[in-house]
Design a protein around this ligand. Sequence first.
Ligand code: ZN
Length: 260
Amino acid sequence: MKCRELQCGKCFITQKYKVLTHKGIDMVADINGKHATDYVVAHSDGVVVWVQKGQKNNPKASGNASYGNCVKLKHADGYYTLYAHLKNVSVKLNQKVKKGEVLGYMGNTGRSSGAHLHWEVRNTKDTRINPTDYINADLPSVKNEYQVYDNVKNKWLPKVKIGSKDYAGNFGHGVSGVRITNLTYRVHDKVKKRWLPWVTGASDYAGNLPNDIDGLQVKNATYRVHIKGEGWLNWVNKVDDTPEGYAGIIGKTIDAIQIS
Ligand SMILES: [Zn+2]
């Protein structure tokens, strides 16, 4: 597979990503129509979080030694890229690097037969994902989004991006659940008349369907709520026990929320 779109503009993929057996892609450079080695550069801006040096070519090595000389970068939003089998490493641990900055030279160290670059992309959980789509594209970013449960339509409404001019909710329809990525939040249950447990992230939600909510607290955010039949209340940017420390009016149904 020849790929002119690779970041260096002159590489072949010699081995593709395979879910079980090869969780990266292997590349060599194409210089004047020949397989060759070349400098290895950073996919995008990041920080060096792991460096391994002084490795020899040892096909029987296991564990980290299989990577040989190696550089791992952490990028914005928590994604990682890893560059293995390098001949030499020219960056240091904790060094900030720019997109295109040289990390080392392609080599044949670790579990490798023939000089090439083994390249991996890892998600925020440090799990290897198929890197093919990201060779010449930005890494996926973690989207910061939120959504609410519409108590009349009885369903979760579409996700809204944090910071957009949009809001989550349908005026006139009570909100009974809130789900926000990457933040910690809780809601006040209008029926039970108490705050429900704190929730972090979007794998869970805050709420007690189908009870309407009448209060919202979001840590480290600026947020506001819309009261059914009335209007938007003031923006809130803190979380505490004062009347300014939450969004809502206890006893009045919230029908929309907005996070800036
Ligand atoms: Zn490989």
